[in-house]
Write a protein that binds this ligand. Structure first.
Ligand code: FE2
Length: 492
């Protein structure tokens, strides 16, 4: 029965199959050992064994049909080098496994001989290879750990910054940061250095408004600091784990105080994007609308949208630019039909493997009056569109900013489907607050999102939202000691 099964392991075992075919099982010490090994292996997986469907006793000739026709999550290949010949056709089966990108390992009484075979495989073919294990019982726990490390969904953490508002303009005109903002960012770097071992900072998310009032200069200052933040969190070797979307202050204005709208809203942002991602080839090409020589001067539709998927941490992120850069909009947020199509096109299938889908956009979903006139004037005009879309696409987390206050809202989206049933899926909307705006006298915040490992019995996982606040009197960032704890269902 597959009711509670989430993973299928294909156990390709030529000897076992052969002996069963002739009915000779009891006399075979090797077969008994293998049964014992198999039982202990399943026992070593504990509660996870309930989530696994084992497909065993499949001769290599039958394995190809399984590999090509079914969803196989892992393959254990019994590979006895002395017996390998064209009759068993194992090398071809291994090619099938590699061709379908299925993680696999070898189980053998002849590890030395198998290693010779493995050494002949190209580096590219070995990317899903998970090791050689003997059939000695001593290897049970080793193989068990290999499977657990693959199936367990490990914990990971995301640093979520927003509205950094690097400002080159204070008290007139300068080209460097005001002292107060310099202190705040130095303290931020200090915080990351001190807490790296506690959280491990697996990904860095920035939901827009890196600039304040003059994007052309502000974004040049921002790029240096953001590179430094990336270095202290994810490290510059892992820039594919940094995710950025633009905000209204990055695109709309050339001079905010003079109410001058930018004539080329994308240029400064694209220059910034290229600069912060130096060392990570291909970041700019992911932007929807990229032409090869730049972005077109005016973009309608899903301009600046992108999607990036990581196997570790197990996340699938889409970023969209909700900035309505038209002259009349002046920075309002808008989710276009093209955005919706873009997201549905990428996320039409179910996520599988408890992959966490996250949408990034600058504008907060809920129009919260923040004490300034900011949110009153510039809001997301159609939040229901994106909520319905995400609910249908099994994406239940939105990370945003713009409101300058840390907010968490859970929206229940009710939809009537074709058979008349009402489907409700919660969408968790998390705003980070403003990390760097020191000019409005609001407290500064950012979030550290900790996704805990999957509970194998309930198949849920906990998400802890940790607020970190800047205490300006102390010149330090302080981790609030009462995180918001939510429980995520498998689709989240
Ligand atoms: Fe904003």
């Amino acid at each position: 029965m597959k009711t509670n099964t989430e993973y299928t392991i294909l156990w390709i075992d030529d000897h076992w199959s052969e002996k069963r075919d002739v009915g000779d099982t009891s006399a075979s010490a090797a077969y008994d050992n293998l049964c014992s090994f198999s039982d202990r292996l399943q026992h070593s997986l504990g509660a996870y064994s309930r989530m696994i469907r084992w497909v065993k006793v499949i001769a290599p000739s039958a394995a190809t049909a399984m590999i090509l026709g079914e969803k196989i999550d892992f393959a254990i290949v019994d590979f006895e080098v002395p017996s390998v010949d064209k009759k068993y056709d194992l090398p071809r089966v291994i090619d099938d496994i590699i061709g379908k990108c299925i993680p696999f390992c070898f189980l053998t009484n002849y590890p030395g001989g198998v290693k010779i075979f493995v050494d002949l495989l190209s580096k590219e073919k070995l990317s899903h290879f998970k090791g050689i294990y003997t059939k000695e019982l001593a290897d049970v726990s080793r193989l068990g750990s290999c499977l657990l490390s693959f199936f367990q969904i490990p914990s990971f953490s995301i640093v979520h910054l927003s509205d950094l508002h690097f400002s080159s303009v204070q008290n007139g005109s300068t080209t460097s940061l005001a002292g107060e903002q310099v202190l705040l960012y130095e303290a931020l770097i200090d915080f990351f250095e001190k807490h790296k071992s506690q959280f491990n900072f697996d990904a860095l998310v920035i939901t827009g408004d890196m600039a304040a009032k003059k994007p052309e200069v502000d974004l040049q200052i921002a790029r240096e600091y953001i590179r430094l933040i990336a270095e202290k969190t994810i490290s510059l070797k892992n820039l594919e784990r940094m995710f950025i979307v633009p905000g209204n202050h990055d695109l709309t204005w050339s001079n905010f105080d003079a109410l001058q709208i930018s004539s080329n809203p994308w240029k400064n942002y694209v220059d910034f994007f290229n600069a912060v991602y130096i060392g990570y080839d291909g970041a700019i090409q992911q932007l929807d609308g990229w032409t090869g020589s730049g972005l077109p001067a005016t973009l309608t539709g899903p301009g600046l949208s992108w999607r990036r998927e990581l196997s570790y941490p197990n996340i699938d992120i889409i970023g969209i630019s909700t900035v309505n850069a038209s002259e009349t909009s002046k920075g309002n947020g808008l989710v276009t039909q093209n955005h919706i199509s873009y997201i549905k096109g990428k996320w039409s299938n179910s996520p599988g493997h408890f992959k966490t889908r996250i949408l990034l956009q600058h504008h907060n979903i809920m129009p919260v009056y923040s004490g300034s006139t900011l949110d009153k004037r510039t809001i997301l005009e159609n939040p229901g569109s994106i909520l319905n879309c995400l609910s249908a696409c099994h994406c239940n987390i939105i990370l945003s900013g713009h409101t300058h206050f840390p907010e968490v809202h859970i929206q229940e989206a009710y939809k009537r489907n074709q058979t008349g049933l009402i489907v409700s899926k919660p969408v968790i909307c998390i705003s980070a607050g403003s990390t760097g705006n020191v000019f409005e006298r609001h407290p500064n915040y950012f979030n550290i999102l900790k996704f805990h490992s999957l509970d194998p019995v309930t198949k849920t996982r906990k998400l802890s939202i940790n607020h970190v606040q800047y205490i300006s009197d102390d010149g330090k960032w302080s981790l609030c000691n009462d995180p918001i704890d939510l429980t995520l269902s498998p689709s989240q």
